[in-house]
Write a protein that binds this ligand. Structure first.
Ligand code: CP
Length: 316
């Protein structure tokens, strides 16, 4: 297995099964620190730089929380408009990275351009973590999701994932790549204009994961062990900032998870949602036995603790 020390975390394409297992094992080791809310000094001599060109609640703050739990330091920006990258100068990724690499020991970047963190990694002398790039990937989110599944259901192998929502989303790409490394099944439900591309499906099929597609969640809910929900009504991920104007359209029943629908679900079936949500996941689902998205948010901190400790060389 490749060492994680100094490594970029840009994509789950090519992330191997043994690497998932190793990251999960390190997360297990560090999880009691988060549970006890007692910070330690594992990364006391390290600094994380955050470079967020798009809004974020969970990804940025979970990385920051993870650094604080491990005794490290954080600096960065949550809005490029407060930097020269977002004003008149529109500084290039290369120029920005050649500054940020001297300000810390690892960097997490979210960007509206697909591939921007890869471009950053090309020039940075420190590890770069992809915090979500356009319609590209969201590797730390899906590592969090599969870790949540392992903690809640004991394993990823043998499970059927029902993925609902916009299949162009970066989480869906990372999920497809990740599931090729497990003995898992994936069923997708998406509006036709938001479906997986033939190219992506072919790439995944080459690695022994054939993604099945159905038109309505009701057609597959009874088979699902993991109900993986994302919106079909959402911001354009390729835009640097979107001000919502006027009425937002509502989600068709084909792509909504409701309490009524969950009457047909397996008793142990768990719902994940990376959040934020729209009306595809009504708040009254929160009180069902299936909801696991708050646990997912908690494990999001634990997973970032594991990744930061690994890429900064504090854990083997
Ligand atoms: N899950 C997730 O990516 O949320 P944020 O956009 O708030 O970071």
């Amino acid at each position: 297995m490749r060492s994680f020390a100094g490594r970029d975390i840009l994509s789950l394409d090519g992330f191997e099964r043994a690497e998932f297992e190793h990251v999960f094992a390190v997360a297990d080791e560090l999880e009691p620190i988060a549970r006890r809310r007692r910070n330690v000094d594992l990364l006391a001599d390290k600094t994380l730089v955050t470079a967020f060109y798009q809004p974020s609640t969970r990804t940025r703050l979970a990385h920051e929380a993870a650094m604080h739990r491990l005794g490290g330091h954080v600096l960065g920006f949550a809005d490029p408009k407060m930097t020269r990258a977002g004003d008149f100068y529109q500084e290039s990724i290369k120029d920005v990275v050649h500054m940020l690499e001297y300000y810390g020991d690892a960097m997490v970047m979210r960007h509206f351009q697909q591939g921007a963190p890869h471009e950053a990694a090309r020039w940075a002398s420190i590890p770069v973590i992809n915090g979500g790039d356009g319609w590209g990937e969201h590797p730390t989110q899906v590592l969090t999701d599969l870790y949540t599944v392992q903690r809640e259901l004991g394993a990823v192998d043998g499970l059927t994932f029902l993925a609902i929502g916009d299949m162009r989303m970066r989480t869906m790409h990372s999920l497809g790549h990740a599931l090729t490394q497990f003995d898992a099944r994936m069923i997708a439900v998406a509006p036709p204009e938001m479906s997986l591309t033939d190219e992506f499906k072919a790439q995944i099929a080459e690695r022994n994961l054939t993604i099945e597609e159905v038109d309505h969640v009701a057609d597959a809910i009874a088979e699902a062990d993991v109900i993986y929900v994302e919106p079909v009504v959402q911001a354009d991920y390729t835009a640097s900032r979107e001000e919502r104007g006027g009425e937002v359209s509502t989600t068709a029943d084909n792509y909504r998870i409701t309490r009524e629908l969950l009457l047909d679900a397996k008793p142990h079936a768990m719902i994940l949602h990376s959040l934020p949500r729209m009306d595809e996941l009504p708040p009254d689902v929160d009180a069902t036995r299936h909801a696991r998205y708050w646990q997912e948010a908690y494990y999001g901190v634990v997973m970032r603790m594991a990744l930061l400790a690994l890429v900064m060389g504090a854990m083997e």
